[in-house]
Design a protein around this ligand. Structure first.
Ligand SMILES: Nc1ncnc2c1ncn2[C@@H]1O[C@H](COP(=O)(O)OP(=O)(O)OP(=O)(O)O)[C@@H](O)[C@H]1O
Length: 737
């Protein structure tokens, strides 16, 4: 099934006027009912006499109510949810187009957005399920809520001052699905309880006023509502994720200050990666860059096996023209994505026998915090084919509770760690160990091993004893392997050092990202964007004169360009920016032509395919940079870690560096272009390595001894980490010069 894409045009805001309206909802030509609009019409930014039409599953004009959007688009998904399918609903659009209004809405009944209505619908259905089953089935609802701010994940149930700066980690579970580790999961038994939790958590969300929106969301907010339906000893868990993405923004229009700019760069970057993912999927590319940003990893569009609805929020007015084109372009691709929905199979929660183990997981104390372990209950679980009667398969992961809980269920809790008196951890005092009751991964007790006829309490006691023994063994082992325990003082210093090094690494990596983006912009002649990126990089390289010189040279260049020949009118002309790229490129870009295409939407002229071949950046990826060995001057001897590397260096040393053949010149030109899309085409160079090479050149540029960040010889090229002589030779021979 494809992603369902519905567009919603927001009404005019106070400062906007009717004559500026350029976006309209229209009826399609298909067989859909006469009162459902399915087409967005918008003029060609270059020729207002010509209209583009974009067809979606439905289109809501500005007068559409919250109830209409919910009833038509989201309400039907609740049925899927209760059948065991996961559901994803997300709002996409430029800043100030109504995403938060659609998802969260206002306080009045009529204004309530998709999320509160969804929860209301879930509770209603849950009551119905329970009633229809005459009490045999129970439904438990719990939620987690987090934001991705500056590419870091933060639990919205946690006050900002309690956050760790690095945020929560994301890991892939055994099904390959990205899960946030360490999230708080709150049970919520009624709509009222939900609303309290939701409102309270929203206070923690990062929002700020920007010029375009007085309450702009500066983060992507992800609400996960887990519905566990239990009948007898079987539980089926399905999850609905409601995502309010931050809006892409053009910083020429936002007047953002430095902090907002950094947020904006992170927002734009993640949305850019999302667009890249969609583009890659639509082109059936083998590599989809999900992992380049946390948001795309979590959203996993086209990969998440859930029923997916995207609400495309649009502003109706001219000032958003280019942004709206970008969004429409993006949505047009998204609607073609096929999702492979998979029904979550029920699994057996409890051992036969029950007793107090029956306590539902959601009855656990509120805010039971999961430790840093992948969760099992929050995603598709195919632990058992129902009704086969086969033995219960071993579980790959368990979910643990921080607090020792006697009433813990086997399916969803840990057994509290208990430590034998007298056992000492070299690192932690025993009091700390027992008070922390730190969760430990324990093998799931296998009921088949318990002797037949054992009582429930005997089984529990047996389990507890085994766990205690296992723990004691582990503590013993640690004590033996560390005969000289590190003193607290040394440990503290080590931790501090590790933090500092880690901090510097990520600082530097972030700075390098900005540099690379700057370079890319500069290569394309987008000086204003390049300048902004260089400026964003500056705080990461304090006191770097070369960078400062670059900034001021660019400033001069821009001033020079603008001053003499730009008429005030021309200064307002904004070039057409192609959709996916525009998301991350706030500044000018050379005008691209709209080329009529035989698109299935007929009237939509897709500029992307055409543009792409000229300037393919598919694999321009944003990830923490790989560490590189900076090629210094010839006198510096590279250190070799392995025989292979030694061999590489030997070859690279023997490469011609004085006489440069046309082939060599061409190779160096490609490398020095820093264009990842070109470099990756070289023989033996993949996307990752191409990016590492481009990064290396950026880093070189800031180095004192560098020759303007250029690679002057094959020898130098060979000394870049991860390249080596053999690869250089490969690259050279692969060229058709
Ligand atoms: N359908 C609508 N009806 C009435 N007002 C709306 C509608 N959509 C949006 N608005 C108003 O438009 C303004 C911007 O909306 P909102 O904050 O939801 O935008 P956003 O897309 O979430 O922006 P950002 O990405 O900056 O967070 C708000 O004042 C909101 O109340």
């Amino acid at each position: 099934m494809s992603v369902r894409v519905v567009a919603r045009i927001r009404p005019l805001l106070k400062a906007e006027i009717e004559k500026d309206i350029i976006v309209h909802a229209a009826h399609g030509t298909g067989a859909e009912s006469a009162d459902t609009k399915t087409v967005v019409k918008i003029p060609n930014p270059k020729n207002f006499g010509e209209n583009f039409s974009f067809q979606f599953n439905s289109v809501y004009p500005s007068e559409a109510t919250q109830a209409q959007v919910f009833d038509n688009e989201v309400s039907p998904t609740v049925k899927h949810l209760f059948k065991g399918f996961d559901v994803t609903i997300f709002a996409y659009g430029v800043t100030g187009t109504g995403k938060t209004h659609t998802m969260r809405g206002g306080k009045s009944l009529a204004d309530r957005g998709v999320i509160p209505r969804l929860l209301s619908s879930i509770y209603r259905r849950a009551r119905k399920v329970e009633k229809d089953s005459t009490g045999e089935s129970t439904v438990h609802v719990s939620m987690s809520y987090y934001e991705i701010y500056n590419d870091k994940v933060f639990d919205l149930f946690e006050a900002p001052e309690k956050r760790t700066p690095a945020g929560l980690p994301i890991r892939d579970n055994e099904k390959g699905k990205a899960v946030v580790v360490g999230l708080t999961e709150r049970p919520c038994t009624s709509l009222k309880e939900f609303e309290q939790l939701y409102d309270q958590a929203n206070v923690n969300r990062s929002t700020s006023a920007t010029k375009l929106n007085a309450h702009s969301s500066r983060s992507h907010a992800i609400l996960c509502v887990k519905v566990s339906q239990t009948t007898g000893d079987q539980t089926r868990v399905s999850t609905v994720s409601a995502i309010d993405l931050a809006g892409s923004e053009d910083n020429r229009r936002t007047d953002n200050n430095k902090e907002r700019l950094v947020e904006s760069a992170a927002i734009n970057k993640s949305l850019f990666v999302l667009a890249q993912c969609v583009e890659a999927i639509s082109k059936s590319q083998s590599r989809i860059p999900y992992r380049e940003s946390k948001m795309t990893r979590i959203l996993a569009l086209g990969q998440n096996k859930s029923h997916t609805v995207m609400v495309l929020n649009l502003a109706p007015v001219k000032s958003y023209h280019l942004d709206t084109m970008s969004s429409l372009n993006f949505a047009n691709r998204t609607k073609k994505i096929e999702t492979n929905e998979i029904e979550n199979q029920p699994f057996f929660r409890d051992m036969p026998g029950k007793g107090k183990l029956d306590a539902a997981p959601t009855r656990a104390p509120a805010a039971n915090r999961q430790p840093l372990r992948p969760k099992i209950l929050s995603h598709n679980s195919h632990l058992k084919d129902v009704g086969t009667g086969a033995p219960k398969p071993a579980k790959a992961f368990a979910v643990y509770s921080d607090k020792p809980s006697k009433s813990a269920t086997l399916a969803n809790t840990s057994l509290a760690r208990t430590v034998k008196p007298g056992l000492k951890s070299p690192k932690r005092p025993i009091s700390e160990i027992s008070s922390l009751a730190r969760p430990t991964k324990v093998a799931r007790p296998n009921p088949t091993k318990a002797e037949a006829g054992m009582s429930q309490s005997a089984i529990e006691a047996l389990i507890e004893r085994k766990v205690t023994e296992a723990l004691a063994e582990r503590v013993d082992a640690t004590a033996i392997s560390n005969p000289d325990p590190i003193s607290d003082e040394v440990q503290k210093r080590l931790d501090a050092l590790e933090k500092r090094v880690g901090g510097q690494e990520s600082e530097r990596a972030e700075g390098l990202q900005y540099l690379l983006m700057a370079k890319q912009h500069q290569v394309r002649g987008e000086d204003a964007s390049a300048l902004r990126m260089y400026q964003l990089a500056q705080p990461h390289f304090p006191g770097n004169e070369k960078l400062a010189r670059k900034v001021s040279a660019l400033q001069d260049k821009i001033r020079e360009k603008e001053a003499p020949h730009v008429s005030p009118r021309a200064a307002h002309v904004v070039p057409v920016v192609e959709a996916s790229r525009a998301l991350s490129r706030p500044a000018t870009r050379p005008i691209r032509k709209f080329v009529p295409a035989d698109d299935e939407d007929e009237s939509y002229h897709d500029i992307q395919e055409h543009a792409h071949s000229e300037d393919d950046e598919d694999d321009f990826v944003y990830r923490p940079r790989t560490k590189i060995r900076r090629p210094r001057n010839a006198a510096v001897k590279p250190s070799a870690d392995s025989e292979d590397e030694l061999a590489d260096i030997a070859v690279s040393a023997s490469l011609p560096s004085v006489e440069q053949t046309p082939r060599t010149k061409h190779l160096l030109a490609v490398i020095n272009s820093r264009d990842v899309s070109q470099i990756k085409l070289l023989k033996g160079v993949g996307a990752k390595r191409a990016e590492a090479i481009a990064n290396c050149l950026c880093e070189l540029e800031l180095g004192e001894e560098a020759e303007g960040g250029r690679v002057a010889s094959l020898g130098q090229l060979g000394r870049i980490k991860g390249v080596g002589g053999r690869m250089v030779e490969n690259m050279r021979l692969g060229l058709l010069v």
